[in-house]
Design a protein around this ligand. Structure first.
Ligand code: ADP
Ligand code: MG
Length: 475
């Protein structure tokens, strides 16, 4: 049987495959094509100069052994670099590197006619010195599904994430776009998916990256003139997770390169997971073609967690830290920090810290002080509706009664208290407060505020109402 480039290379490959990890084999050998055999010189085509350098640095010995077995002591290896110009010019062209004499097996300076001659061209995710090549997934194992508590606010996103994790690239959720406000668990969920995939499919290349870092890397690659290597690196990934994709807004170059990477991955059945702080429709300065890609799969929202979920998140956190806290304080926290789980955690941590540094018990007062810091930072504004709800609950009446035209004294007082707190706690004008609390005019509201001030300083029972309500409204 006569030897061809293909048969020689196939034999080399099966030898190589037995000697390295499947991951490394897939990344660095599968993309190679054998293109020519002349005497004892085998030409192989590699996707980029980076690729060639990587092979030289890491696999030259292995290649030599494999080649010697096939072609004898005089075997030579010639690299041909395939330069794919993804930008505009669709014709791949090849350039030859002068044949390097592999029997000497010394890494020769290759004087290839490229612009790209940067010697420090490196994959940013490879741990140097490790034989078995691994692309570090950049995943945080502390963010997993076990500690991503389920609630109504995240059920869809969480279960879509689970589905993707069990069958990456194999569901219609591709891309999976997780969106929602700050501190609602986008990053956590994105990591959890990646962590689970790594667990189930250790051979899959998973990469987590923030859109910000992706942008930096891209800019760097343009500066160093190795954009193709950058693209190539991302194209070999099986599961790409890009966090905070809204940060690509206004960055045309990065969007363009991401578009190409996305298409390549998607076409090859690879999974893409994206997060964003906005729904695709609300994203600004993102190219239409990219936006439409985002909508191909599933967009799942993380909403504000309900009371129950907030309670279970707090309890879970306390349990993990081995701290006990009275139920009353847990409820206070859950009632007062509603729109951001990160802040909820922050408040718990500082509460624990304060109490242990100062050797004090965790009390409701301490909790209030701490929550105040958080609430101030977030400039939480209560709504007039919320005030009316709290006041009517307190007096055990419904909101309609509070707003009604009746002159019954306790109802009038409740209404006046609602107006008083609306004036104190919101930026609404007297007129607007009046119109929202039972269609009254601004003079009525003004009168209510004065009456509450007066009564609070003269009537003990009334003062207690004000105090209680102040606490309930957490001010
Ligand atoms: P985002 O990326 O949306 O701003 P993060 O993923 O950083 O939010 O989440 C903020 C914090 O809240 C993290 O510490 C995360 O672990 C926690 N968190 C969010 N959602 C949950 C959840 N469902 N269960 C437990 N912890 C959560
Ligand atoms: Mg995040």
């Amino acid at each position: 049987m006569t030897k061809t480039a293909q048969t020689v290379w196939d034999n080399c490959l099966s030898f190589i495959q037995d000697n390295i990890t499947p991951q490394a084999y897939k990344t660095w050998f599968e993309p190679i094509n054998a293109v020519k055999l002349a005497d004892a010189a085998l030409s192989i085509q590699v996707p980029s100069k980076f690729f060639y350098e990587w092979l030289e640095e890491h696999y030259v010995k292995l290649l030599k052994v494999a080649l010697n077995k096939e072609l004898g002591e005089n075997a030579k290896l010639v690299y041909v670099i395939k330069m794919e110009n993804t930008y505009g010019n669709n014709q791949p062209f090849t350039e030859k590197i002068p044949s390097a004499n592999r029997s000497a097996m010394k890494s020769q300076e290759v004087d290839a006619p490229f612009k790209n001659k940067n010697p420090e061209l490196k994959n940013p995710f490879v741990i140097p010195g490790i034989r078995n090549l691994q692309i570090e997934s950049q995943l945080n194992p502390n963010y997993n599904f076990d500690n991503f508590l389920e609630g109504d606010s995240n059920r869809l996103a969480r279960s879509a994430g689970m589905a993707v994790a069990n069958k990456p690239g194999g569901t219609s959720f591709n891309p999976l776009l997780i969106f929602g406000g700050v501190g609602l668990g986008k990053t956590h969920l994105a990591h959890a998916i990646g962590v689970q995939i790594k667990d189930k499919y250790p051979d899959k290349t998973v990469l987590y990256i923030s859109a910000e870092k992706f942008t930096q890397q891209y800019i760097e690659s343009v500066k160093k003139n190795n954009r193709n290597d950058f693209i190539h690196f991302y194209q070999v990934i099986d599961v790409l997770i890009v966090d905070d994709i809204q940060l690509l807004s206004g960055k045309a170059g990065t969007q363009d390169v991401f578009f190409h990477i996305f298409n390549h991955l998607h076409q090859n059945g690879k999974q893409v997971i994206l997060t964003s702080d906005k729904a695709p429709v609300d994203m600004q300065d993102i190219e239409q073609r990219l936006l439409s890609r985002f909508k191909w799969g599933l967009s799942a929202e993380l909403q504000h967690p309900g009371f129950e979920t907030r309670i279970s998140i707090i309890k879970h956190k306390l349990y993990q830290d081995g701290v006990e806290m009275p139920e009353e304080i847990i409820e206070f926290l859950a009632n007062n920090i509603k729109t951001n789980i990160r802040e909820l955690e922050g408040a718990i941590i500082s509460l624990i810290a304060h109490s242990s540094f100062n050797k004090k018990e965790i009390t409701l007062d301490l909790a209030k002080k701490i929550v105040e810091n958080y609430v101030k930072h977030t400039k939480r504004e209560v709504s007039i509706d919320y005030i009316q709800k709290i006041v009517s609950d307190y007096f055990q009446m419904d909101v309609e009664t509070l707003q009604s035209k009746t002159r019954k004294r306790h109802i009038v007082q409740a209404r006046q208290l609602a107006m008083f707190f609306a004036k104190k706690l919101t930026k609404a004008s007297l007129a607007s407060i009046g119109s929202q609390i039972g269609q009254r005019d601004h003079a009525t509201v003004l009168h209510a505020c004065k009456t509450v001030d007066n009564l609070a300083s003269t009537d003990k029972q009334f003062r207690k109402y004000v105090e209680d309500l102040r606490k309930k409204l957490a001010v």
